[in-house]
Write a protein that binds this ligand. Structure first.
Ligand code: 17E
Ligand code: FE2
Length: 419
């Protein structure tokens, strides 16, 4: 029945143009027609009554291997990144393929029900048996009919943190990880951090993979690995294949240095991924008052035309006990923390969880609501981006590969309190 769907009265979002009212015809997994009024009828018609129709949300940064492990084996009491890494080091000793797969699929379903159909997940590859990575590669295949999952080989304990880790990274790439990851600020020395970035670029070239590096996720203004990524991106010309995640130290750089770096950034086109929910809780932990926010310079990067997208990072894990997988939570938090309250700025935060994420993930022709493209779209109980972010609107319908895979009723409250 759902091979053919006619969506009536859509308020269709476009990345740069105003919203238009259209009907959308979906057939055999693709967008077949878009017009102000389609005359044909279909066995399955969905009158969306002027609700907002958007391409799906893109989750550009999550750790599915640790998702839903909060409290195991203990709660992160200090709230720091480093206590989180210690707790995960203990928890990952007891990973099994089933454990990883079951939690990852549960998290992906939770996200898909809220309109997320493209996800980039990190998988810790500094663990002897590569269970996290193997589990997520199996998940990538298991969910492919309704979700596109990219897997980053991420050496949580450092590429040079122990003698085996570099070989494990290579094995992960042989096994089919989509993206090479890294964590230069957590390598044992500054030199190791720099060396790790050179190695990551070499591996990405050798295996023809994308790059996504956890970079400068610390409040230390001396943590300056972003410049090394930028230099490599300029020299190799790999810019748009490279992402710098977190970059929270950028918040703390003095402006003389930050402005110079902004200039260097204009010579390449790397992607930035900010994780406002988690970094507003992890950062500033060593401050008394004033207490830094610690989220990277999202507004300034966006103003300069860099591609910025947003991620959850965590859903209920050793680093962040909260999270529901809803990308409008990320966008809403970004509006607050990054002070993106202007009208164009609010709209930009919506684009950071949709089109910008698609660019980061290199989805290219797979993404967007246009005739001929795969029919991936969501219907939101909202009139525009601002309304969607403000109310964290319900995603009413999720269509993936031309099939309706989730529906949600918008909550209705009845006032009983009199006048
Ligand atoms: N690992 C890390 O290094 N940083 C993070 N934010 C998370 C895991 C969630
Ligand atoms: Fe992360």
């Amino acid at each position: 029945m759902t091979d053919c769907i006619l969506l009536r009265r859509c308020r269709l979002l476009h990345p740069t143009q105003p919203i238009v009212e259209v009907d959308i015809w979906v057939e055999r997994g693709r967008i077949a027609a878009i017009a102000p009024r389609l005359e044909q009828s279909a066995p399955f018609e969905l009158d969306v009554q002027g609700q907002l129709v958007s391409p799906p949300f893109v989750e550009s940064h999550i750790h599915l291997d640790s998702a839903l492990t909060v409290g195991e084996p203990r709660w992160n009491q200090s709230g720091t990144l480093f206590e989180g890494i210690e707790i995960w080091r203990d928890r990952k000793q007891s990973l099994t393929l089933d454990d990883v797969k079951q939690r990852a699929i549960a998290t992906l379903q939770q996200q898909a029900m809220q309109g997320v159909l493209f996800v980039r997940s990190h998988a810790d590859v500094s663990e002897q048996n590569l269970i996290a990575l193997k589990g997520l590669l199996e998940v990538r295949d298991a969910v492919k009919d309704w979700m596109t999952l990219q897997v980053v080989a991420f050496p949580q304990d450092g590429l040079y943190g122990s003698p085996n880790n570099e070989a494990l990274m290579q094995e992960a790439l042989e096994l089919g990880a989509d993206v090479v990851g890294g964590i230069p600020h957590y390598e044992l020395t500054r030199e190791d951090g720099v060396k790790s970035i050179h190695r990551i670029f070499a591996l990405a070239e050798q295996y023809d993979r994308l790059i996504d590096i956890h970079c400068d996720e610390i409040d230390d203004e001396q943590s300056r690995f972003l410049e090394v990524i930028v230099a490599n991106a300029i020299r190799t010309g790999m810019g748009d294949r490279v992402s710098a995640s977190h970059t929270t130290a950028f918040h703390s750089y003095n402006n003389a240095y930050a402005f110079k770096l902004m200039g260097f950034l204009q010579r390449t086109c790397i992607n930035f991924i900010a994780n406002p929910l988690i970094n507003i809780t992890l950062q500033g932990r060593t401050d008394t008052y004033p207490k830094r926010r610690g989220v990277t310079r999202v507004k300034e990067l966006w103003q300069q035309g860099q591609n910025v997208s947003l991620g959850h990072d965590c859903v209920q894990d050793p680093w962040y006990s909260l999270g529901t997988g809803n990308m409008l939570d990320c966008a809403n938090m970004a509006v607050h923390i990054c002070q993106m309250t202007g009208t164009a700025e609010i709209d930009a935060c919506y684009n950071m969880v949709t089109w910008n994420g698609a660019k980061t993930l290199h989805l290219q022709d797979q993404y967007g609501i246009e005739v001929g493209k795969p029919a991936n779209l969501i219907v939101l109980d909202a009139s525009d981006r601002y309304d969607a972010i403000r109310r964290r609107a319900t995603v009413r319908y999720v269509i993936s590969r031309g099939k309706l895979i989730a529906t949600t009723e918008a909550p209705i409250t009845h006032w009983k309190g009199g006048r």
